[in-house]
Structures are given as C-alpha cells and as structure tokens.
Design a protein around this ligand. Sequence first.
Ligand code: ZN
Length: 131
Amino acid sequence: MHELSIVASVVDSVTESLEAYPGARVQEVRLRVGALAGVVVDSLEFCWGIATEGTVLEGSRLVIKTVPIVMHCEPCGADVELEGVQSFRCPMCGEACCDLRQGRELEIDSIEIEDGIKTERAAHEKARETA
Ligand SMILES: [Zn+2]
C-alpha cells in the first residue's frame, strides 16, 4: 500500500531524529499533507498503528494538517488559494493557473516526545521520496 510506505518513511525519519533523546517516547507526530499530495488521510491514520508497532512511536498520535492548494496568478500578481482540485482557475479573475506554490507537501511539521519537549523540524524536510 502506497500510504503504508509513506508512513514507514515518516517512522524512520522520526526514529532517526530521536537518537539524540535516548529513552524518549513519541506522543504525537504532526504531518503537513497537501491537497495534491495524492494520499488518503484516512489510510495514513490507519497505517500509523501498524507502522509504529514495536518502535519508539508505538502508541503515539498522528495529527494530519491539510495544506490547501495555492497558485500564483500572473494577471492578479498574487498567490491565490484554490477551493479544490476540480478547478485550476484563479477565483478572482478566472485565469487558468499553472504556477503551483503550495499543495504537494508531505512533510513532518513537528514531533512531541514524552517529556513535553516539542521538536520543530525543518518545514521543507520531505517525508517521502517520490510518489
Ligand atoms: Zn487572477
């Protein structure tokens, strides 16, 4: 399953970053998932329990934050948020947009470990290779 391999790579990445905190257990992992990332959020949540079993992430929560699609509209000279994947036209002027600025994200936003320390991760660290 596509989602399972994504979740597995997130687990790997979190496990690696926890090497600096021996004995720490993960409470919560927050992911940023773009509307165009091509993953089913429910499946990610379903796979989480399986993929974290026997790891330092076992029993942790997966919190998914959906990132809306943002494109840059030339005529408006602005970044515009699209309402869905059905229409790739600027909601202000109707121009077809092709300059995607946001919406393909699939990255770790933050990790919370047992003692309450929140580990902010680099926003652009990718949690997967290529889909
Ligand atoms: Zn426009």
